[in-house]
Design a protein around this ligand. Structure first.
Ligand code: UDP
Length: 454
């Protein structure tokens, strides 16, 4: 923390927020920034040039944030040329060598030159448990052992966390693996934080939060941030108010018109977030599974997300679009929150990125989980065996299994899943109502930042 300007202690706290340059991270961080701006703080939101340009292009963010006089967007380079496609594994490939040093340097400059000085920096962190699992010798030694073996070193998860529920880079012990090294290093750094702000609720993640508190006592569970923001905007403006979108792709709203024509809870929404890609073969399996089920589908295929030989990925999408006209609708990028809250949606086929998982929980939509990497494998396990609001397809992509899971969630076990998802939505939404756990935790966070800034 920089030396404080002690002469101006009556000024509002100045918070600098710096998300990783990825859609899911920007989504939650910009909502947290707005929540702190509503509390009267001065906010500096740091984004990469590339992402800021897209936020401005596809959302009305500049005009939206003008209502908060202390809110400022600043941009820094992520180390890549603006026209770099940033697809596939670009982030992991570039992070340590290219992005981190450049971003560090430019952040340092901002911190030194900032006036008023920055009182609090909020940045992304990573999971605390991986170094413990490595130390306990619980990672699979090679890829061929029993992946259903339970991991016992993460308190609160001993009864259900299996080897196959760990992030993919943990499925084979290789401490020289670059992602493994990066995560261990970043975990060490995360442990130096004064506090953790988590986009979850005490009700959803109680046992895990207790465990995290043994490592970092100051934990603020203030999520789901998107509904917390809606509540706070309603409290402030006294009207029904939806937060602004902050998408990095152009949203295709035509799918809402298509959904308007479908019966209630009859469509499965299929989308795998902003980073995952799939092979041409996987897309074809998925598509046949959907087509062979009895359900209509809304499928998102992000540009450049299908890996095939030159142009093949795009070709297969065009072919599928042609063939599925009466059974489904395909878009490049959907208004996801609006889709999940649409009455025609009865299920979500998801990769279980954390934002998507929470958005589904809040909307009371049961899930079929097809996790790919990072925390997604843990999330899908929790969705299926702890919260019991979906099925986990983990590690396979076969048309017969897709068909069976879609029929289970949308037809055969529809009422069972709808009931548990709607109960979970109720509890989660209560946590952001005035007096709920997340609402009160945000009040504590605001107060503690004020005290920190004195
Ligand atoms: N999203 C969207 N439209 C889409 C697909 C995704 O608006 O067609 C949003 C979604 O609502 C979520 C975010 O992109 O907030 C993806 O974040 P998540 O943590 O689920 O996954 P990630 O992209 O980080 O893997």
């Amino acid at each position: 923390m920089e030396e404080k300007d002690r002469s101006s202690q009556s000024r509002p706290p100045h918070v600098l927020i710096f998300p990783l340059p990825l859609q899911g991270h920007i989504n939650s961080m910009i909502k947290l920034a707005e929540l702190l701006a509503i509390a009267g703080f001065k906010l500096t939101f740091h984004n990469s040039h590339h992402n800021h340009e897209r936020l401005v292009k596809f959302n009305n963010i500049a005009a939206h944030f003008e209502r908060y006089p202390g809110f400022e967007f600043k941009t820094i380079t992520d180390g890549l040329p603006l026209d770099h496609p940033r697809s596939g594994s670009w982030f992991l490939d570039m992070f340590e060598e290219t992005m981190e040093p450049k971003m560090k340097q430019s952040l340092r400059e901002v911190l030194v030159n900032s006036s008023p000085p920055v009182d609090c920096v909020i940045a992304d962190g990573v999971s605390y448990s991986i170094p413990d699992i490595i130390q306990a010798g619980e990672l699979p030694i090679n890829g061929s052992e029993d992946m259903d073996r339970l991991i016992t070193t993460v308190p609160g998860m001993e009864t259900y966390l299996r080897c196959r529920d760990l992030p993919t880079f943990c499925r084979k012990l290789d401490i020289e693996d670059s992602i493994m090294k990066l995560v261990v290093k970043q975990t060490r750094k995360s442990l130096q934080a004064d506090a953790l702000i988590l986009n979850t609720t005490e009700e959803l993640d109680g046992p895990i939060l207790s465990q995290i508190r043994t490592k970092c006592p100051r934990v603020y569970a203030v999520g789901p941030l998107h509904t917390q923001l809606n509540t706070r905007l309603n409290v402030k403006h006294g009207e029904s108010y939806d937060h602004i979108s902050n998408t990095l792709w152009e949203v295709d709203k035509s799918c809402i018109f298509w959904l308007n024509k479908q019966p209630n809870r009859s469509v499965i929404y299929v989308s795998f977030g902003s980073i995952t890609s799939m092979s041409r073969e996987q897309l074809v399996e998925l598509w046949y599974g959907l087509l062979n089920s009895t359900t209509k589908f809304l499928l998102v295929v992000r540009p450049n997300s299908v890996i095939g030989k030159d142009g093949e990925g795009e070709d297969v999408v065009m072919e599928l679009m042609e063939k599925s006209k009466d059974r489904g609708y395909i878009v490049n990028w959907a208004p996801q929150e609006a889709v999940l809250n649409h009455p025609a949606i009865g299920g979500f086929f998801t990769h279980n990125g954390w934002n998507s998982t929470l958005e589904s929980v809040v909307a009371g939509v049961p899930m079929i989980c097809w996790p790919q990497f990072a925390d997604q494998h843990v999330n899908s396990r929790v969705v299926s065996v702890v919260w019991k609001i979906g099925l986990d397809m983990k590690d396979v992509c076969d048309r017969k299994i897709v068909e069976k899971m879609v029929n289970d969630v949308m037809v055969d076990r529809k009422e069972e899943f709808a009931k548990s998802a709607s109960e979970m939505a109720k509890v989660t939404n209560q946590s952001v109502n005035v007096g709920g756990s997340s609402y009160s935790n945000l009040d504590c966070l605001v107060e503690d930042i004020r005290i920190m800034s004195l």
